[in-house]
Design a protein around this ligand. Sequence first.
Ligand SMILES: [Cu+2]
Length: 121
Amino acid sequence: MLLINLIGLGLIVLIIWWFWLYKPQSTEVTDNTDRSEITVIVENGTYQPAHISLQEDKPLTINFIRKDASPCAATVLFPDLEISADLPINKEFSVQLPAMKKGEYAFHCQMKMYSGTIVVK
Ligand SMILES: [Cu+2]
């Protein structure tokens, strides 16, 4: 009985950590060419990196490499930019984003299990 309670408690802690406390790594795109480019791995429920920051008015190419075979990872949506893409498995797929104004742009899979942000400064 005590063991079951401990397992339950552990699960609760894990859920809280996953949804509220876990902060995915952040990466800044700093190259000064006209077009910025970054590679994002889609694996284990997270985009890596999930937080991308870049300068204003620069188009961005995101090269997605999807390693997760589950259908959940298949589609990536950029709702603010009205862009969506279907990602092949284990193959690089480039998504071209237009130059953006300052602000935050979310991207996620259809069920929002995978989610990330682009921060334009
Ligand atoms: Cu999903």
